[in-house]
Design a binder for this molecule. Structure first.
Ligand code: UGA
Length: 437
């Protein structure tokens, strides 16, 4: 199929390269000229495993191209996917101006029947707004446009796998033509047996927010249990393993630690809460999920203070700066939030991250970025494991202990093995587990 993708951020670019890999002819467009030039040269503007490989394949096959001109992506396209940013307004509500502009461009430049897909995470009700745009901007051809909600469920760091081996494909539409076109778009995946869920549009839009809020809830629940475990001398890993063995609960997304961050959960929780109140329903649970998440960061800070007493003049080394492993994204990263709190309290912050150092540095220039983990840890009074990058598993503990000013590790992701830490002579502060001072 001939596909246009508006917006080549994380979701948009992954959509471009995976749809091209599925055999479609894809044209991606973005207003950022620098990004388009980079993509045309086969380079991804962010770190995401597998993207550059598929980008190269797509460009080479001729099935994938990029343009600054929206008209070139839209004209002739049977399906146009809108995957532009929906950042929060100060109120928490999603800013949908980029979605509106994209829809207006489609109304202007589409040349035939066209399915217009909401890929960006949008509040329920957005599809009717888009339909109204087509009716106003192009009344003679309004019937050519069919709006579809097709939210993505991809995780940064595993976005290619999540796109090509999805748990489910969700399509919300109101016409058989739209459903049929979407089945054609995802035919190679449907044929492989990946489940397709077809719903009305409002349900599909709402489901995306409901999923993200529930996932954040699971993590916050584990973090609240961790706070209790710390007070009861219990072990959060043991408790969540019991919880997770119940098929009704499931074992994933119950890892306690510094809490959740990223470009989705914080923004989507706020937007979902705003949406709920706009619809006349008070949903305080959503706010509580965020409060417990803030508390998780606070708990880590308390452990650092417990270990170091005064923070002024102490050097704290952060291992990891991205909001999770596998990405260079530092948006709403708990590691970056912790760095700011430590700096505010008068500590020096050194840090190492294999991919996210530049992004963190541009957000918080005071962070002393080190070339490697050992350089970050040398002379530090305390190490804080913030991001579970696999390479931290093979750190030489004896070497670290010798080079640090104090042998103290605060484990923000329960990443290390307590027995090994103690054997190596560290004071060890995990989350929701016994502290070894
Ligand atoms: C999340 C969802 O998982 C995706 O399904 C969704 O498509 C995406 O948002 C989106 O809306 O675009 P992502 O933001 O990439 O994906 O990150 P997650 O893997 O969900 O992790 C979010 C945060 O939770 C990270 O900071 C991670 O460290 C933290 N986390 C995760 C925990 O603290 N504990 C856990 O058990 C799991």
């Amino acid at each position: 199929m001939r596909v246009g993708v508006i917006g080549t951020g994380h979701v948009g670019l992954v959509t471009c390269v995976t749809l091209a890999a599925l055999g479609h002819d894809v044209v991606g467009t973005d207003q950022d000229a620098e990004k388009i030039a980079l993509l045309g040269a086969g380079r991804a503007p962010f770190y995401e495993p597998g993207v550059e490989e598929l980008l190269a394949e797509g460009l080479e096959s001729g099935r994938l191209s990029f343009t600054e001109q929206p008209a070139e992506a839209i004209a002739g396209a049977e399906v146009v996917l809108i995957s532009v940013g929906t950042p929060p307004h100060a109120s928490g509500e999603a800013n949908l101006i980029a979605v509106e502009n994209a829809a207006r461009a489609v109304a202007r430049h589409a040349t035939g029947e066209c399915v217009v897909v909401e890929k960006s995470t949008v509040p329920t009700g957005t599809a009717s707004r888009l339909t109204a745009i087509f009716e106003r901007e192009n009344p003679d051809r309004a019937r050519d446009f069919a709006v579809v909600a097709n939210p993505e469920f991809l995780r940064e760091g595993r976005a290619i796998e999540d796109s090509l081996r999805p748990d489910r494909i969700l399509v919300g539409a109101h016409s058989e033509r739209a459903f049929a076109e979407m089945r054609r778009l995802y035919e190679p995946l449907i044929e492989q047996g990946f489940p397709l869920i077809e719903t009305d549009i409002a349900s599909a839009e709402l489901a995306k927010h409901a999923c993200n809020a529930f996932l954040a809830l699971k993590i916050s629940y584990a973090n609240a249990v961790a706070r209790l475990c710390e007070r009861a001398d219990a072990d959060v890993g043991a408790v969540t393993a019991v919880m997770g063995s119940d098929a009704r609960i499931g074992p994933v997304f119950l890892e306690a630690g510094l809490g959740w961050g990223g470009s989705c959960f914080p923004k989507d929780l706020l937007a979902f809460d705003r949406l709920a109140s706009r619809l006349g329903y008070d949903f305080p649970l959503l706010r509580e999920i965020g409060r417990i998440n803030d508390e998780a960061l606070e708990a880590a800070l308390d452990k650092i203070k417990d270990a170091l007493w005064n923070l002024e003049g102490k050097r704290v080394a952060l291992l990891g700066l991205s909001f999770k492993a596998g990405t260079d994204d530092t948006r709403f990263s708990p590691a970056v939030a912790l760095a700011k709190r430590l700096l505010d309290a008068g500590a020096e912050v050194a840090a190492y991250d294999p991919h996210a150092a530049a992004n963190a540095k541009s957000e918080v220039p005071e962070i002393d970025i080190a070339a490697g983990p050992y350089e970050a840890l040398a002379g530090a009074h305390c190490a804080v494991l913030c991001t579970a990058w696999p390479e931290f598993a093979s750190l030489d503990l004896a070497r670290i202990k010798d080079s640090m000013a104090y042998a103290i590790v605060v484990d923000g992701r329960n990443f290390f093995d307590a027995t090994e830490m103690l054997a190596a002579g560290f004071s060890y502060y995990p989350a929701g587990r016994r502290i070894h001072r």
